[in-house]
Every structure is written in structure tokens, then in C-alpha cells.
Design a protein around this ligand. Structure first.
Ligand SMILES: NC(=O)CC[C@H](N)C(=O)O
Length: 447
């Protein structure tokens, strides 16, 4: 759209254009630390106000929990008011009379809030640029179609990656493809996954903030289209106990002066010294950052060996059991060499997860860490499999996040305390509940 922040007349003009185009409601989304998409909406006439003044939101918005409880911390209480400001540069018309844009949290004096995960990711992206690195990130969104009440749909038509699965859900998929195209999301694939009624939408690589914004838009649209077809979607990391998990795998490529750090060096598969250091940094930080990537009470149920969720703290070429799958530069890989963090799931706050991945890669480069040994087979079969295992002790992982100097540097102490508090709330309220009951309770929590 034409209106730019600081161009008030432009925003007034843009609002009138949107109204003429049938847009009556402008919705801004914000992710809380539990990974739930929260929103504020205004009549289109109020576009400028949403972008410039922002709409009020209590600081507690960032620590809302999956059950809508609030995990207060010493710094995040009932007093105070933040302003949610719409980033109109990312605004898209999404149909059904609505337009959407991401928001950032600001203080009342206009400065960006220390609790704003999106603002922090903007900072980390700038840090990469300042270090002479071009970072691109891609994301894969897995989800499961369910009945509106969260129960299973008819399963008779399902085959893993099956053509008959596509035929059975074609009305939804065709509408989804068109809706994603109309909103400019840039989906690269829309396909049936392994689990019953599980699908995946993968998005083209973008700079980190744009990637996270676009992924949230895609999730909103997937839910909107599902609703049009009388179904719902589960973005739970494990919708049904004993079934297939939903990942939100994050890809990262890094280039210096146009040279891909994972393809133009003399290490294995062409990995450069800096590329190896980036891989080492990401792996080194994994134990501490795990709750940022896959921290919900159902995430630990997904992170099991043999589920392609990458539950082992290692890397390997095309290794789907490794937390970091390495994708080499080949003619079959149009986006070039990159690393895929497979442990990330849809309960993550994607801004925080992107900060973790990019920030720990930059940390590895700054410390010039050596590339760790590759694990080329199934990590569960190696002698050190117990040491590599991720996700087994969620409470200990929260302690590691709370005391991690890297996490404090990347996210700031207030975000770390808030992120730990929402996950502790889940462990306290649902940690002892059996897998059937907890997957039932949270099936639609991230929808
Ligand atoms: N194709 C795949 O890689 C499946 C991934 C798996 N669904 C997960 O939980 O991450």
C-alpha cells in the first residue's frame, strides 16, 4: 500500500482506498510468548491511528498462556500500558472485508518496548547486516485439519502424502492456494503430509522479520479458509496422542558478499569456516534455547526419536532425525545451501525462535567455533544418543534458558523471564496430565 508511517495524508488516503475496495476491518496481530496469535482490530477509518498512536494493550499481553491464564513476572504486571502499532508497510488485504498487518509493542512515549519480540528480531537482523551478512529464512507450516470442535474428521480417505488425501480436501486446498496467492504470501508447496489430515504449506525464503510476519499471515489465512469450509486447523505440536507431530521447521542461509557460507568453502559439502562456526553456534545454544523453539507442554511429546522432529542435538546432511538438517547446494535445491532447524514447532513465538536461530549462528561466527562432527546415521543409534537427546526434561530446559547468558543477551532479561514464566505455567497446570488429556486440551490452542 502507498501510505507510509510519517506520511499522515498517505495513510488517510490509503484508508479511503481500502474502504473503497471493500475493507471494513483492519486487524493487527501480535504473538505472545506462548506462541498464540493475539489481535486488535479497528474500523478501516482508524488505520492512521493504529499505525501512529497504536492501540492500547496491557504488558500482560506478552505473557498470556495457552489456557488464557496470565504468567505475571516481577517486570510484567497489571499496571502499565503498551501501544500496539501497526506496521502498514506489511499490510495485506486478506478477503472477507479485512486487511491484516503485523504489530510491534511500543511504550507510550513512542520508544519500542523491551518486551517486543518483533522489535528484538529487527535488531538482530540489523546486527547481521552490520556484520556484512545477508540472512534469509524460510519456514514450513505443518497443521492438521480437524472438525470445528477439535475432534478427528472422517479418516477413511487418508493416505500419507497421498493423492487421495488431496482429492478428499481439494475444495479447502484450492481455496487456500488462491487465498495465499491473492495475499502475496508466496507459498512454495501445499501438500499432504504423513499424519492423518496433516498438510504443510512451505514459504519462500525472506529476510527474518518478513519471514516471521508472512508466516503469521499464512497461519491466519489457513484458519480463515478452514473456517470457510466448515473445518478447523490444529497447529498443536502434537494434536493427537500417538499421532504425527506438527513442526514449524526454520531454514537459514547466510551469505557474505554474495557467497553462501554453507557452499563456497573448503569444508564438507563446501561449508566455509564461518558457516561451520554458525552451525556450531546454533548447536551449542540448543540446550538453553530449546524452550524458545519447542517449549510447550505438548512439544516434549512431539520431540521423540523416530518422528522426524529432529530430537537430537547434532547436524547431518539431509538427516531428518538431527535437530539441524543440512541441505547442500545441488541443482535440486534452488534456494542454495542452508540449515534447517527441525525442532521448532508451531507453539513457538516465531520472532523469538528466529532470534534464537540467527542470533546463535552469529554468536558462533563471532566466537569462530569449529564445525562439530557430523552425525550421518540415525542419532538414536549412536553411542552418545542419550547426550544428544532433546526434549526429555522440560523443567531443566527452562532452568537452562533462565540462566543462559546468551539468551539474556539475545532477548533481554524481561523477555527471558516472561518466556520462562508462560512455559512454567503450562508445566504447573498441565505437566502431570496424561498425553490424551493434554493433547485434547491444547488441540486448538494455537489456531
Ligand atoms: N516431513 C517431515 O519432516 C515431518 C516432520 C514432522 N511432522 C515434525 O514433527 O516435525
Amino acid at each position: 500500500m502507498d501510505g507510509k508511517p510519517g506520511d499522515p495524508d498517505g495513510l488517510e488516503v490509503a484508508a479511503r482506498e481500502l474502504e473503497r475496495g471493500g475493507v471494513s476491518l483492519v486487524v493487527g496481530t501480535a504473538l505472545d510468548f506462548a506462541g498464540v496469535i493475539r489481535s486488535k482490530a479497528v474500523p478501516t477509518r482508524r488505520l492512521r491511528s493504529f499505525a501512529e498512536t497504536g492501540m492500547g494493550a496491557s504488558p500482560s499481553w506478552v505473557v498470556f498462556c495457552v489456557d488464557n491464564g496470565i504468567a505475571f513476572t516481577p517486570a510484567i504486571g497489571v499496571v502499565g500500558d503498551l501501544r500496539l502499532r501497526l506496521d502498514v508497510r506489511a499490510l495485506r488485504v486478506i478477503g472477507d472485508g479485512m486487511a491484516w498487518a503485523p504489530t510491534s509493542y511500543h511504550e507510550q512515549d513512542g520508544t519500542r518496548s523491551a518486551l517486543c519480540a518483533r522489535g528484538r528480531l529487527i535488531g538482530v537482523e540489523r546486527r547481521a547486516v552490520g556484520a556484512g551478512l545477508a540472512a534469509l529464512m524460510g519456514v514450513e507450516l505443518e497443521f492438521t485439519i480437524v472438525a470445528p470442535d477439535g475432534s478427528r474428521l472422517d479418516q477413511g480417505a487418508w493416505a500419507a502424502y497421498g493423492m487421495r488425501s488431496v482429492v478428499a480436501r481439494r475444495a479447502f486446498l484450492v481455496d487456500l492456494a488462491r487465498t495465499l496467492e491473492d495475499a502475496g504470501v508466496g507459498a512454495e508447496q501445499i501438500h499432504a503430509e504423513y499424519g492423518t489430515d496433516q498438510f504443510e504449506v512451505s514459504l519462500a525464503p525472506l529476510p527474518p522479520v518478513a519471514m516471521a510476519d508472512t508466516a503469521i499471515l499464512a497461519r491466519v489465512l489457513i484458519g480463515l479458509v478452514a473456517d470457510r469450509h466448515g473445518v478447523a486447523v490444529s497447529f498443536s505440536p502434537l494434536p493427537f496422542a500417538g499421532g504425527s507431530g506438527n513442526g514449524m521447521h526454520l531454514h537459514l542461509s547466510l551469505a557474505r558478499d554474495g557467497h553462501n557460507l554453507f557452499a563456497t568453502g573448503s569444508g564438507p559439502y563446501g561449508i566455509t569456516a564461518e558457516g561451520g562456526a554458525a552451525i556450531a553456534g546454533v548447536l551449542d545454544a540448543l540446550p538453553a534455547l530449546l524452550p524458545v523453539y519447542a517449549g510447550s507442554v505438548v512439544s516434549s511429546l512431539r520431540l521423540k526419536p523416530g518422528s522426524w522432529s529432529g530430537a537430537a542435538a547434532c547436524w547431518g546432511l539431509e538427516n531428518r532425525e538431527a535437530a539441524l538438517r543440512f541441505l547442500a547446494a545441488t541443482s535440486g535445491n534452488p534456494h542454495g545451501a542452508n540449515i534447517e532447524l527441525k525442532i521448532v514447532d508451531p507453539s513457538a513465538n516465531l520472532y523469538l525462535a528466529a532470534i534464537g536461530l540467527l542470533g546463535s549462528a552469529l554468536d558462533g561466527i563471532e566466537r569462530a567455533l569449529p564445525l562439530p562432527a557430523e552425525v550421518s546415521g540415525d542419532p538414536a543409534q549412536t553411542a552418545e544418543s542419550a547426550r544428544l537427546r532433546l526434549g526429555a526434561e522440560p523443567s531443566a530446559a527452562l532452568d537452562r534458558l533462565a540462566s543462559s547468558p546468551l539468551a539474556a543477551a539475545l532477548f533481554g532479561p524481561d523477555i527471558v523471564a516472561g518466556a520462562v514464566a508462560v512455559r512454567r505455567h503450562e508445566l504447573t497446570t498441565l505437566g502431570d496430565v496424561d498425553p490424551e488429556a493434554v493433547t485434547d486440551a491444547l488441540r486448538l490452542a494455537w489456531s
